[in-house]
Write a protein that binds this ligand. Sequence first.
Ligand SMILES: [Zn+2]
Length: 485
Amino acid sequence: MRKLIFSLYLLAIATAFGSAQQYDLVLAGGRVMDPETGMDAVQNVGIRDGKIVRISSEALDGHRVIHANGLVVAPGFIDLHQHGQDLASQRVKALDGVTTALEMEIGAPDVAEFLKGKEGQSLIHYGTSASQVAARSLAFGTPLPAGTILPKTGPATDQHATPGQIETMLQRLREELDAGGLAVGMGIQYTPGATRSEVIDVFRLAAARGLPVYTHVRSAGRAEPGSAIESVGEVIGAAAITGASLHIVHLNSSCALDSLECLSMIEGARARGLDVTTEAYPYIAGMTAINSAVFSPGWQERLGISYDKIMLPDTGERLTKERFDELHNSSATHYVVIFSNTQELVDKVIQHPLVMIASDGLEGHPRNAGTYSRVLAQYVREKESITLMDALRKMTLMPAQMLERSTPAAKQKGRLEEGADADIVVFDAATISDRATFEKPMEPSTGVRYLVVAGTVLVDEGKIVPNVFPGRALLGPGKHSAWHE
Ligand SMILES: [Zn+2]
């Protein structure tokens, strides 16, 4: 059917314009790689009206022809987990090959406001989950301050919710899904007062909407009770009980030294028919707010680390007890880097076939700017522990398939195929490298030569094109249809 429509389309074009310049843009002579079909061949890609309409070994005419000889032409990377949604972050994401960056872990506190603020002003595609953390703060009468996604510790994070508060929270989540939320985002570690029963209630709501739950699990240490193993068990249990799909974010930081055991739990759940997925970023350190519930009393025992494993990103200063107390008690939110994993384990996690790449990006941590290039440089080129096609699958097809649980629009993403959206990265596999470090976390990656977003060239010869905003919203089903439970 697609072929027939396509032939008619070509016929119409040929009739109207003769054979000249059938395409808006042609990427000519690159190594076209598509993880879904397995295509890995030198081809020409014809783009028109934001779509890939032709992939062929024949020469194609276009208003613009980009010669991609010697370069890889792949689907643009899809980052399911990006907190920094400002233009500075979008620029470094684009130079890291990302064409879609979604705030799914926690979610924007106000979906409608988030979408309105980005319309026509986004370099790359965007979208958000509905935030359980924000809904809980609201239900406790202490809405999150503008511009924040995480609450400072207090009653809204630490206390059990009353039945009335839970109903208010669920109602807010329904409204946020109606506004276009793609999923429910739960930062359980940031709301330790949430009971197991409250967690199940939120999963039930997601299941009723047919949408997944993305979650930062309850705790990250090895000490029992409250271990990462227990926390992963909690959310797998909630998924089993309710039928909601479950995506566990940043397995590398949530499970840390027990990452491989957590992966075996996810494999086991999947083998029993549950829809459980996960992701990781290629760094041994995480990052979070020092006045969040992660650092409530007992954190050293829970996380199995001490002050010296915590670093201030701007200065590289390692904390002492005095400095920690000062920052923890400050009313300003300071983000800190936490060294909690080993290189050996992170390497094993990144190469595991179930693990998608997602950055958890925010300013201050090099993962914001360097995640995707780092995987291609370190794992594909240097260690040769992942094939280029498998790395691309982790960055494109797997996250697109995850997103299909939220919107059919994702079926056109993460693929380099005729009919797919023209979200394309063109990079030099021999040189692509991350340059962001803990000292200079916003240094852009090098090696992405071109980035096409919805058919528009956003990165041209390695540089961001000024004043183009081709990014569009990905919306959950609530935005398009009236739901009644
Ligand atoms: Zn997190």
